[in-house]
Design a binder for this molecule. Structure first.
Ligand SMILES: [Fe+2]
Length: 251
């Protein structure tokens, strides 16, 4: 199962990770399971290439639902991903493993991948300024996850994180106790504004009042309270993913 893939200026990078289709599981309703013995590899293909052009690089078995971003640095390809040790390990609804921010560096000359954990706290649904996708983005925004061992669903956390991907440092926006977030989406202040000059938007759910809100956070004053909150008249179910589409007058 491939949930997502990466793009850089000249390449795409596919994540061939061992959540495998298993016909025997069809009767249980979810025909995927983690198979560590199947190994794991990253496939680098020129953006105008074909199957025959893919180069494969072995990595430790793991699973990634969501990359944050990827870029080229000379003969290296750098990927930031939310890496988890496995997925769907013991049952069809097993969310016991969750993602943490890792950095993979593919050396195209030596054919090796360096794997480095950036944070030991669970976080996923990473985004960058959309104008920096495939480029050397400095800032990545992740949603905290509430931790391991949740059997029925992945439990979203009560914070958003802004990482400086060049240093690994992290600034937190606390959503409030009992408030769960969603994917932090960046909206630029204008078409030519600086990389973190704009707002981070997220849909939150207050589990104590059952209220849903859309919050707008100043990306350059990330730990401060939201600059605006849209109080929604209905509870919005968890879905995590989101997008911002700028007004056409801006582009
Ligand atoms: Fe997803």
């Amino acid at each position: 199962m491939m949930h997502d893939f990466n793009v850089t200026r000249n390449h795409v990078v596919f994540m061939d990770l061992p959540v495998c289709f298993n016909l025997d599981l069809l009767g249980s309703g979810f025909p995927f399971s983690f198979n560590r013995d199947a190994g794991a590899r990253l496939g680098v293909m020129p953006r105008n290439g074909t199957n025959a052009d893919v180069r494969w690089f072995e990595i430790d078995p793991c699973y990634v639902f969501h990359p944050v971003n990827a870029h080229e640095d000379g003969n290296m390809i750098v990927l930031h991903v939310s890496r988890q040790d496995e997925a769907f390990g013991t049952s069809n609804d097993d969310y016991a493993e969750v993602g943490r921010l890792w950095k993979w560096t593919i050396d195209l000359d030596t054919g090796t991948v360096t794997e480095a954990q950036i944070d030991d706290r669970p976080g996923d649904f990473g985004r960058v300024d959309d104008r920096m996708i495939g480029l050397d983005a400095r800032y990545g925004y992740l949603m905290a996850l509430a931790g391991e061992g949740n059997s029925e669903e992945p439990v979203y956390g009560s914070a958003l994180w802004k990482y400086d991907l060049t240093t690994g440092t992290c600034t937190e926006h606390h959503l409030g106790d009992g408030v769960r977030g969603a994917e932090p989406v960046f909206a630029a202040a204008s078409a030519d504004s600086g990389e973190d000059e704009g707002w981070v938007i997220s849909l939150t759910h207050d589990t104590s009042s059952d209220q849903s809100r859309l919050i707008i956070v100043d990306a350059q004053d990330f730990s401060a309270p939201p600059v605006a909150t849209v109080h929604l008249p209905r509870r919005v179910p968890y879905g995590a993913h989101g997008s911002w589409v700028p007004d056409t007058a801006m582009v």
